[in-house]
Write a protein that binds this ligand. Structure first.
Ligand code: TRP
Length: 355
């Protein structure tokens, strides 16, 4: 076994234990007085493919906008990453946006690409595709739940670790968890490392609403995939038609909320356990927090929003397409994402959400 294979096949994510974790989470989430399910369970192979379809939807501006930023600023973005870089991407999915950055780095500067994703099969397909697309690329994939661990392969050539976290995945965490997660990424990146973050910004609620309620119903299918997956993997008997996709913007917290609402009073069975639903009762499946651009114009804030969109992307596309791509240099301390971003002892009031 090569060290690459050893790294890729490691970890606790064997099929049996993954099912067990899914089951434990479902039992806990649906047993709570307000039912919830963690968004990470959306992502099996089918869910990952549905998510790719979301990224192509006319209403879902996030991926396009971010891609626009990365395309027009790729050189600038990687310019000061150093001579030798390993790019780590938690929740990499299909890694579509990342190839631009990898190509910009090129074989001399790119030591390895480490996509980390909970969807093992999908990740394997992505890794295989990348290896043929970019011949020189060393792909060291890790099937893992990045909310639990961020496995890193041995850094044999002392490359700088850049944790790349695009797609506004950070928005899917509640502020406190988002702060902890970024601080952990910062620690994983190490002393000379970087965390590069893409966040979706607040905008006209009608635009936000459309993005999570597309006309073709793909987002609804994606949302219901978690139920379909319970039928497939947890021996559940859920009638998908008896739940409705319901997503809306909640301005007080500045977040999209995604729910599955029971259309009727019913009981469902999952691995022999029963769960009761009132008519209209919901399972909250996801939050997507939207952030504000920095108001402060200090140099730290500008640094944080080096590639932020005002003026460029926002005007070149439309008001709907605000998205910020930001770099948090050597981020080791806990952050206060909800109010301001702290870096070491310095604080700068960028990326705060106003509540
Ligand atoms: N993190 C992105 C967002 O919140 C992408 C995403 C995750 C998403 N789950 C989704 C998009 C469900 C649409 C629907 O926007």
């Amino acid at each position: 076994m090569t060290s690459q294979e050893a790294f890729e096949s490691r970890g606790p994510s064997s099929a049996g234990s993954a099912r067990q974790r899914f089951l434990v989470d479902v039992i806990e989430g649906l047993g709570a007085p307000r039912k919830t399910l963690s968004p990470k369970w959306f992502y099996d192979r089918a869910g990952s493919l549905l998510f790719d379809a979301i990224c192509e939807l006319p209403e879902y501006y996030v991926t396009r906008t971010e891609l626009g930023i990365v395309k027009s600023h790729a050189r600038e973005i990687v310019a000061h990453w150093g001579d030798r870089v390993r790019l780590v991407e938690p929740g990499a999915g299909s890694s579509t946006k990342t190839t631009l950055l990898l190509e910009e780095l090129g074989p001399t500067r790119c030591s390895a690409y480490v996509p980390v994703d909970i969807a093992r099969e999908h990740l394997a397909a992505t890794a295989a595709r990348l290896r043929t697309e970019i011949e020189w690329l060393r792909v060291l994939s890790a099937a893992a739940d990045f909310t639990v661990e961020l496995p890193l392969p041995p850094n044999d050539d002392n490359a700088r670790t850049v944790v790349y976290f695009p797609g506004s995945t950070i928005g899917n965490f509640e502020p406190h968890d988002a702060e902890r997660l970024l601080a952990r990424f910062g620690r994983a990146a190490g002393k000379n490392g970087l965390v590069v973050l893409g966040v979706d910004l607040k905008k006209d609620p009608a635009i936000l609403h459309a993005a999570y309620n597309d006309a073709q119903g793909v987002t609804g299918q994606f949302n219901k995939n978690v139920l379909a997956r319970m039928n497939r993997e947890l021996d559940a008997n859920i009638d998908l038609g008896s739940f409705a996709h319901y997503a809306f913007y909640e301005p007080t917290h500045g977040r999209i909320e995604m729910h599955l609402v029971s259309r009727k009073r019913q009981m469902i069975t999952i691995a022999g356990r029963r769960f009761h639903f009132r008519e209209g009762e919901s399972i909250r499946t996801e939050y997507s927090y939207k952030y504000d651009l920095p108001r402060s114009n200090t140099s730290r804030a500008r640094l944080a929003f080096r590639w932020s969109t005002p003026g460029s992307t926002t005007t070149s596309t439309s008001r709907s397409s605000s998205f910020a791509c930001t770099e948090l240099p050597r981020l080791r301390r806990p952050l206060a994402l909800s109010k301001s971003v702290a870096y070491g002892k310095r604080r700068f009031s960028s990326m705060h959400r106003t509540e």
